[in-house]
Design a protein around this ligand. Structure first.
Ligand SMILES: *Cc1c(COP(=O)(O)O)cnc(C)c1O
Length: 493
């Protein structure tokens, strides 16, 4: 592994690099009659030998334990990655999702044999619609971005069904999550970006100028990615609806809102939820997620098929929806994730979810208060709490040779997960901090103390971090320009 941009200090070899020919991790009893499995198979079904790792059980166990020890997750400590809502995932969720009866189910089983899981899905649809103040819900989309895409297809079809064919634009504020413009383009729209007002809210004048008979949707995150609640949401809603546009609520982070305010009551037509954020199902590392979409009554018929419905005492999958946009995901969505979110909502109840919002806001506001005299928070009103997150700036560190990125690398050295860096784009050297409700006051202090300590570092300390991680500072330019995506490529280096 020469010229490796990862600059590994300690690198666990791949399984294929470990072991020796002939080592095995299983001990099956010998089967006398047949020595060679190929005797059982037709010739044309026999594959050429594949180069699989040959490794013993302890080597295998140690490999994965080492990898897990090199990792950092919500089970390790605070994970204040803004906009990602990395909260603790209660183990009861996993326990329920891995119950043998749920594990052994097959998506093609007849409906009357899977009433229990259909009921869970029905209840989850209902709970989410209730939390969002909406009328109907689909659980199918596999992620937040997939939910946005689904919601925008619904909006497109809505305008088409009304014969309103000129609407091809989606308006998004400049503080929007990157997936908003991306999903809009994927759904066939043009994106019109509008600037934020100096206080971080939507600039109503800019919105007024952007709205026209070409506007299909106005898409907004509220509270915004700056953690600021849009007080004038009713005015925004009126302006958009008067212009004939639909209102889309990016509900990836409902962590400040649950039990406090509902997008439906604010006049939104479509929203999505990220079950893998607000509703505590695990995420990170590209695992499965779920981005259910909820809509108001007038859009209910357009939801993807199937929707879980209740028919007397029975639950069934309804495919008979002529205006539906079709299917957006195989079968019914990521069922394991849906079950975990169902468990979380049932466990918390309305009171518990309201408490989540309160603690998420309190925790974010506490860290802001602790650090804001050192790390300026550009978009804020001094006397107000932030919502679930806030964005501080590390630009003052430039004169000491530091940056937001350096702060994050130094946090890694202190055994803390960094905040989101360089997003949203409207804050210079952005540190976007979202502690979630999971953290104790001691953990919030540990993180705040570390940030304050790092602010006094020297240029040399900044540029040499991280010092304690298994991988040293990576060469980001090289890593981006010279993609090494598999082991064979690395071997050739
Ligand atoms: C995370 C997030 C998304 C996208 O969700 P994915 O599941 O990552 O696709 C969209 N909007 C906001 C505000 C988010 O924080």
């Amino acid at each position: 592994m020469s010229s490796d941009f990862r600059q590994a200090r300690y690198s666990e070899p791949l399984l294929i690099e470990k072991g020796k020919p002939g080592r095995v991790g299983t001990s099956l009893p010998p089967w006398d009659e047949i020595r060679d499995i190929t005797e059982l198979l037709p010739d044309d079904m026999i594959r050429d030998p594949v180069n699989l790792p040959e490794i013993s059980e302890p080597e295998l166990v140690r490999h994965y334990v080492k990898l897990s020890q090199m990792n950092y997750g919500t089970d390790s400590g605070i994970y204040p990655l803004g906009s990602c809502t990395m909260k603790y995932n209660p183990k009861i969720n996993d326990k329920i999702a891995s119950h043998p009866t749920l594990q052994r189910m097959h998506p093609l089983q007849p409906e009357d044999t899977v009433q229990g899981v259909l009921r869970m899905m029905y209840e989850l649809q209902e709970s989410l619609a209730e939390i969002g103040g909406m009328d109907a819900c689909t659980l199918q989309p596999a992620a937040g971005a997939a939910g946005e895409f689904t919601g925008l297809l619904i909006a497109r079809k809505y305008h088409e069904l009304r014969g309103d064919m000129t609407r091809d634009e989606v308006i998004v504020p400049d503080s929007a999550h990157g997936t908003n413009p991306a999903s809009s383009v994927m759904a066939g729209f043009k994106v019109v970006e509008i600037r934020s007002a100096p206080d971080g809210t939507v600039d109503l004048e800019a919105l007024g100028e952007a709205l026209s008979e070409r506007t299909a949707v106005f898409m907004i995150t509220n509270p915004s990615t700056l953690g600021i609640f849009e007080k004038n949401i009713r005015g925004i809603q009126k302006a958009c609806h008067e212009a004939g546009a639909l209102l889309y609520y990016d509900g990836a982070n409902l962590n400040a809102l649950m039990g406090k305010a509902r997008p439906g009551d604010m006049g939104f037509d479509i929203m999505h939820f990220n079950l893998h954020k607000t509703f505590s199902t695990p995420h990170g590392g590209g695992g499965p997620g779920a981005g259910p979409v909820a809509v108001t009554e007038k859009l209910a018929g357009l939801l993807p098929v199937p929707v879980v419905v209740k028919d007397g005492n029975l639950f069934r999958l309804d495919y008979d929806r002529p205006d539906s946009i079709g299917k957006v995901k195989g079968f019914f969505g990521n069922t394991g994730v849906l079950i975990r979110a169902w468990a979380f909502i049932r466990m918390m109840g309305g009171t518990g979810l309201t408490r989540v919002s309160e603690l998420a806001v309190l925790n974010a506001s506490y860290i802001r208060k602790r650090i804001e005299d050192v790390y300026p928070v550009p978009f804020r009103t001094r006397d107000e709490l932030t919502k679930h997150e806030f964005v501080a700036s590390a630009s003052f560190l430039k004169e000491n040779g530091g940056s937001a990125k350096d702060v994050s690398k130094m946090l890694v050295d202190r055994g803390l997960h960094p905040p989101t860096n360089y997003f949203p784009l409207i804050v210079d050297e952005a540190l976007m901090i979202e502690p979630t409700e999971s953290e104790t006051m001691e953990e919030l202090d540990r993180f705040s103390d570390a940030l304050l300590d790092i602010a006094t570092a020297t240029a040399e300390q900044f540029s040499s971090a991280p010092r304690n991680s298994s991988v040293a500072r990576v060469d980001e330019v090289l890593a981006a320009k010279k993609l090494i995506l598999n082991w064979n490529q690395l071997k050739e280096e």
